[in-house]
Design a binder for this molecule. Structure first.
Ligand code: AHR
Length: 507
C-alpha cells in the first residue's frame, strides 16, 4: 500500500462546472440510431419507434447535451433529406462509414427524442460537401418562428414552434484527410468564419463551435488552432477537441495514464487560443468544447470492421461496437476527472458515443439494453459533480510510463455545490498492484457525513457486461471509507475509480 494526501477547501476553486460537460454524441453510424435508440419493431418501442428501455437508460446516464448527427457522417449529409413524410425520404449512400442512410430518423424525430431524455441538441452543420448557404437554410428551418419558406416547411412537417437550437458546430474534424471535403487551416478558417457570421446575422445569440484538430497527434496540431482562430476568434465561442484512447501493446500502465494526455491536450489548446487572443488584444476567453472523447479500440475498426465494396452499402451495420472492461471504465472515470480539472475553460463535452457505437449503452435487436462498464463513472459523475470544481492539492507518489513520463499514481478532483453545501470527490488509483491509502483533509468544510462512497474495481481487470452477462460489473461500496475529526480516509483498490459524496451534518 502507498499513501496519498489531498485537501478539499472551497477556496481552491478552479471554475464553475457547466452542466454541458456531461454531454454525449449520437451519429448516424452503425447501430447508434437504427437498431439502437430507434427500433420500431421492438416490443418496448413507443409510437414513434424509439425504444423506451433505451430512453430510461439515457436518462439514468444523465446526459445533458447531445451532439448530432455526426461526426464524419455530417460532412456528406443533406439535412432536407431527413425531414417531411418518411415514405418520401430518400435512401442515400453514406460514404463516411460505407453504409446506406434511410433518413427514417431526422431532425424532428431526434429533437422529440432528445426532449424526452431531457437533453439539449447540439447541431453540427455540413461544411464538407456543403457550406454556408445550406447551413443558413437549416437555421431558418430550425429556429425561425414562421413566415418564410423553410420555417413554414417545418410547420407543415408538424412542428409549429421552432426547435430553438442554441449550440451549432461548424463542421466536423475538417483537418482530417478522411473527412469529406477536408480543408487547409486557412481555407477552413475562412469558411467557418463566413458561416459563423452568416448564422449570427440570422440569430445573433447562437453559440458556435469551430473545429480544432481531430486529435493531438495530427501533424498540424497547434498550428491548425492558431490559424483557424486567427480567422474565427471574434465569431465563435468554443474550439473543439477530440481524443480517443486505447490500450496498445498490452501496456496497461500507460493506458491508465491517458488522462495525463487529455490534461496536456486541453492546456495546449487553451494556451494557443490565449496566444491568439493576446495578439489581437482581446479580453475574450475562448471556451473548449471537448465534443468527442472516450476509449475506442480504433485498430479493430481499421483491421476488422471496416466496410468496402462498390455493391456493399449495408443499413445499420455493426460498427465500432467496443466491449468495455473494468480498466476502460477506470480510464473513462479519469478522463472525467481531467475535464473537471479544466472546468474553468472546458464548458462543453460529449462522450462519444451514446448507444452501441463506442457506447455506454448497448442493445440487441428485439432483445435487451444494458449498461457497459463505462456507464457507471459517467452517470455518477454527472449526478454528483455540481457547482464548482476544486483543486485538491494532490500529493501522490508517481510511476514511469512509456508514453507520458512520470505520472501520479492517484489522480483526483473535488466539486462543491454552495447551494446545498454538498461536496464530492472523484479519484482513480492507477497502480496495477497496490492499494492506495488516501487521507483527505476536509476540515475546511465543517461538519460532514458520508452520503455515499462507491468504487468501480474487479479482481478481473478484463471483466465486462455482455449480452449474456449484463450485470457482471457494477459499482461497489468503497471498501474503506472513514470520516473522523475533519479527515476522510479511503483505501482504493488497484486499478479503481471512486466517487465519495459528502453532505453537511444537519444542525
Ligand atoms: O466517433 C467516431 C468518429 O470519430 C466520428 O465520426 C469522427 O468525428 C471521429 O473521427
Amino acid at each position: 500500500m502507498f499513501s496519498t494526501r489531498l485537501t478539499i477547501d472551497p477556496r481552491f476553486a478552479i471554475g464553475d462546472i457547466s452542466r454541458r460537460l456531461f454531454g454525449s454524441f449520437v451519429e448516424h453510424l452503425g447501430r447508434c440510431v437504427y437498431d439502437g435508440l430507434y427500433e420500431p419493431g421492438h416490443p418496448l418501442a413507443d409510437e414513434q419507434g424509439f425504444r423506451t428501455d433505451v430512453i430510461d437508460l439515457v436518462r439514468e446516464l444523465g446526459v445533458t447535451t447531445i451532439r448530432y448527427p455526426g461526426g464524419n457522417f455530417v460532412s456528406g449529409f443533406r439535412w432536407e433529406d431527413s425531414v417531411g413524410p418518411r415514405e418520401r425520404r430518400p435512401r442515400r449512400l453514406e460514404p463516411a462509414w460505407h453504409s446506406t442512410e434511410t433518413n427514417q430518423v431526422g431532425l424532428h424525430e431526434f429533437s422529440d427524442w432528445a426532449e424526452r431524455v431531457g437533453a439539449e441538441v447540439m447541431l453540427a452543420v455540413n461544411l464538407g460537401t456543403r457550406g454556408m448557404p445550406e447551413a443558413l437554410e437549416l437555421l431558418e428551418y430550425a429556429n425561425i418562428p414562421a413566415g418564410t419558406a423553410r420555417s413554414d416547411q417545418r410547420a407543415a412537417n408538424g412542428r409549429t414552434e421552432p426547435f430553438d437550437i442554441r449550440m451549432w458546430c461548424l463542421g466536423n474534424e475538417m483537418d482530417g484527410p478522411w473527412q469529406l471535403g477536408y480543408l487547409t487551416p486557412d481555407a477552413y478558417g475562412t469558411k467557418a468564419t463566413q458561416t459563423a457570421r452568416a448564422l449570427r446575422q440570422v440569430d445573433p445569440d447562437l453559440e458556435l463551435v469551430v473545429c480544432g484538430s481531430s486529435n493531438s497527434q495530427m501533424p498540424e496540431f497547434g498550428e491548425w488552432e492558431r490559424v483557424v482562430l486567427g480567422h474565427a476568434y471574434d465569431d465563435v465561442d468554443f474550439i473543439s477537441c477530440h481524443a480517443y484512447y486505447q490500450e496498445t501493446g498490452g501496456d496497461t500502465q500507460a493506458f491508465l495514464a491517458s488522462a495525463v494526455n487529455m490534461d496536456r491536450f486541453i492546456d495546449t489548446v487553451v494556451a494557443t487560443a490565449d496566444h491568439v487572443g493576446a495578439v489581437r488584444g482581446s479580453s475574450k476567453k475562448m471556451a473548449v468544447s471537448f465534443d468527442e472523447w472516450n476509449v475506442w479500440y480504433q485498430d479493430r475498426y481499421e483491421n476488422v470492421d471496416k466496410i468496402s465494396g462498390i455493391g456493399n452499402w449495408p443499413v445499420a451495420p455493426r460498427l465500432l461496437e467496443d466491449q468495455y472492461s473494468v480498466v476502460d471504465a477506470v480510464v473513462v472515470g479519469n478522463l472525467l476527472i481531467s475535464l473537471l480539472k479544466h472546468a474553468d475553460r472546458v464548458k462543453a463535452a460529449s462522450i462519444a458515443q451514446l448507444v452501441n457505437v463506442i457506447a455506454p449503452i448497448m442493445t440487441e435487436p428485439g432483445g435487451p439494453a444494458w449498461r457497459q462498464t463505462i456507464f457507471f463513472p459517467f452517470a455518477t459523475t454527472s449526478r454528483l459533480a455540481r457547482g464548482r470544481a476544486l483543486d485538491v492539492r494532490l500529493e501522490s507518489p508517481t510511476y514511469g510510463t512509456s508514453q507520458y513520463g512520470e505520472v501520479p499514481l492517484v489522480d483526483a478532483v473535488a466539486t462543491h455545490d454552495a447551494t446545498d453545501a454538498t461536496t464530492s470527490v472523484f479519484l482513480v488509483n492507477r497502480s496495477l498492484g497496490d492499494e492506495a491509502e488516501v487521507v483527505i483533509d476536509v476540515s475546511a468544510l465543517g461538519g460532514l457525513t458520508v452520503a455515499s462512497a462507491q468504487t468501480l474495481y474487479d479482481e478481473d481487470l478484463g471483466a465486462a457486461n455482455t449480452l449474456d452477462d449484463q450485470e457482471r460489473v457494477a459499482l461497489r461500496q468503497t471498501p474503506t471509507c472513514e470520516l473522523a475529526h475533519g479527515r476522510l480516509r479511503l483505501v482504493l483498490p488497484p486499478v479503481s475509480w471512486t466517487a465519495v459524496e459528502l453532505s453537511p451534518v444537519a444542525l
